[in-house]
Every structure is written in structure tokens, then in C-alpha cells.
Ligand binder design. Structure first.
Ligand SMILES: Nc1ncnc2c1ncn2[C@@H]1O[C@H](COP(=O)(O)OP(=O)(O)OP(=O)(O)O)[C@@H](O)[C@H]1O
Ligand SMILES: [Mg+2]
Length: 299
């Protein structure tokens, strides 16, 4: 049994399983049954994330669609590692990676390992209500702890987390280290039914995400709708030319004015996202919309 295998098996065995109620979702061809989230499972999480799952939210529906795309990529190409990044800070990377992880963990087949690879500005513990002192990725990569000690079990039976851990002095070195590469390779090859999601720093601030993006199967670029400058998105896409950019997720879509540039938006959708050409380098409609400033309103 490999190191990761042992660590995850132990985490799973120790986990106090909460039985969940099941109900069907007709719109999800891959997972027809889901775990219904209970207040206990969401306890301590960022209220914004709880709000996403607190009913029939449009954003939750968008995450389900994104999950479907990811699960198809896994089925067709055995892609099971995905990194979430953005051009600039505070566009919603952590919110997106945590929400996507929860959405996938609601399914009955895939388990999810969410790894906070933004070691300078970790956010996953806050988003999911994990003890901020819990050791994590940085401690493991620095050789201070075993992987097993870095894994946090969550009240969601299929979701485990590796938080960022103690803020290191050399995050870029750790990200591009051999140990990080072997962690990804091992996770990718040994756990075909596990989706591994990496939260990461913004692309235009640091090279960490570019290095990490080249090691994972898929990359999602989060764009703050109406705020991220078109040039920043362009530059980020360019920087990510060597990665497999799965698509752009348009975050804060719901806060846009009704008319955004020349586009008339459907306000019923909380989030929007665009996809490229599946598994090449590309981007979808989200990029175009993000580049148009609203003509009439300030926001
Ligand atoms: N769709 C949304 N609607 C409302 N608030 C949001 C949304 N997405 C993110 N936020 C909020 O915006 C803030 C920044 O989001 P988040 O931490 O996910 O961004 P980030 O890209 O990870 O930031 P950083 O670059 O600092 O790591 C948080 O307070 C988060 O709760
Ligand atoms: Mg973040």
C-alpha cells in the first residue's frame, strides 16, 4: 500500500460516517443519486458556501454541470486532477474549489481530496471551517509530518482535505519540488475514482500556479465577472498556454447589471462558465463577456 493509500484508508476508517438521505437529480447523467447535505455537514463553513447549497440555487446547478464535465473528463481521459486558479487575487478561487469539491463529494461514487496549494494565502480552512492550526501541505512537503497527519476528514463522508498548513518561507520551491510532483503522480495514478482538486494562487502574481498547472490534468480559470480586466484574462490565458485549460468559470455573475456590454444577461443564473474545446487549450464564452465593460452603469 502506498503512502497516500495508507493515509486515505486510515482517514476513511476513522471517519464518523453520517448517513445521508438520497434523492435523484435528473439533470446529472453521471450521478443520478446524491447525498443530501445536512446542517451538521455544513457547520462551520463560510456562510457564502452554505448559501450555495441551501436550496435550489442557480450557482449550485452550475457546479453540478461543472462536475458532470469533470467526471466525463475522468471517464474519457482518466483525468482526475484539477487546479482552480484565476488571473488576479480575490476572484473566487477558494470559493470555487471548495464548492466544486462539495458538489462532487455529494455524488455516490467519486471521493474528493481538496488540497490547498495556495500556501501564501491559504483559504480552504476558513471556507470549510477547518482548524486554522491544522498542519497541511507545507508541513508535509517540508518533511515535518507524514501525509496522513496532513489530511483532514470532513463531515462529508466523501470529502477529505489537505489544508495549506504553516505558511512556509519557500512556497514556490515546495510547489515545484519533486515531493509535490510525486504526490500528484501517485494521487493521479493510484486513485482513479478520486478527484483531486487544488486551490492555487493567482496566475499573474506568481509562477506557482503555472508550475502546478502543468502537473495536473485540467485547469479551471475563475474570472470575477465585470471586474477582472480583459487584459488580465488574456495574459492569464497566455501564461497558461502549456496547461490543459478546461474552461473559464465566471464568478459573481449574479452581481452584474442586467446589460453587460452588448450582452443581455439572464439574471436567473448565479454563475456562468465557458468551456474550451474539451481537452485542448481554449476558452469559452465567459472570456468574451468578461472583457466588455458595462456601458451605462457603474458597479
Ligand atoms: N460568487 C460569489 N458571491 C459572493 N461572494 C463571493 C463569491 N465568490 C467569492 N466570494 C467572496 O469573495 C471573497 C474572495 O473569494 P475567494 O476567497 O474565494 O477568492 P480567492 O480568489 O480564493 O482569493 P485569494 O486570491 O485571496 O486566494 C470571499 O470573501 C468570498 O466569500
Ligand atoms: Mg484563495
Amino acid at each position: 500500500m502506498s503512502r497516500i493509500e495508507q493515509a486515505l484508508a486510515k482517514a476513511a476508517a476513522e471517519r464518523k460516517r453520517t448517513p445521508g438521505k438520497l434523492h435523484g437529480f435528473d439533470d446529472d447523467p453521471i450521478h443520478s443519486k446524491q447525498l443530501e447535505l445536512t446542517p451538521e455537514m455544513l457547520y462551520g463553513m463560510d456562510p457564502r458556501i452554505i448559501a450555495l447549497f441551501g436550496g435550489a440555487s442557480a450557482a449550485a446547478e452550475q457546479y453540478k454541470q461543472l462536475r458532470t464535465k469533470l467526471l466525463r473528463a475522468k471517464k474519457l481521459y482518466s483525468h482526475n486532477t484539477v487546479m482552480v486558479t484565476s488571473s488576479l487575487p480575490a476572484e473566487g478561487k477558494t470559493t470555487t474549489s471548495a464548492s466544486l469539491a462539495i458538489t462532487i463529494a455529494q455524488g455516490l461514487q467519486e471521493t474528493v481530496l481538496l488540497i490547498d496549494a495556495d500556501m501564501r494565502k491559504p483559504g480552504i480552512q476558513r471556507a470549510l471551517g477547518i482548524d486554522p492550526q491544522h498542519p497541511g501541505l507545507a508541513d508535509f512537503l517540508s518533511g515535518r509530518i507524514t501525509l496522513e497527519k496532513a489530511i483532514v476528514k470532513t463531515p462529508l463522508p466523501k470529502l477529505s482535505v489537505i489544508p495549506a498548513g504553516s505558511i512556509p518561507g519557500n512556497p514556490s520551491e515546495l510547489i515545484s519540488s519533486e515531493k509535490m510532483s510525486s504526490l500528484i503522480t501517485e494521487a493521479k495514478n493510484r486513485y482513479r475514482d478520486r478527484i483531486i482538486i487544488f486551490d492555487s494562487p493567482p496566475v499573474l502574481s506568481l509562477t506557482d500556479s503555472i508550475a502546478l498547472g502543468q502537473k495536473v490534468d485540467e485547469v479551471i480559470l475563475v474570472v470575477y465577472a465585470g471586474r477582472t480586466p480583459k487584459e488580465a484574462v488574456k495574459d492569464a490565458v497566455q501564461s497558461l498556454s502549456e496547461v490543459n485549460l478546461m474552461g473559464i468559470l465566471l464568478n459573481h455573475f449574479d452581481t452584474l447589471p442586467l446589460y453587460y456590454g452588448k450582452y443581455k444577461l439572464k439574471r436567473s443564473y448565479g454563475y456562468g462558465y465557458g468551456y474550451g474545446h474539451g481537452h485542448g487549450h481554449g476558452y469559452g464564452h465567459g472570456y468574451g463577456q468578461s472583457g466588455h465593460k458595462p456601458e451605462e452603469k457603474d458597479y
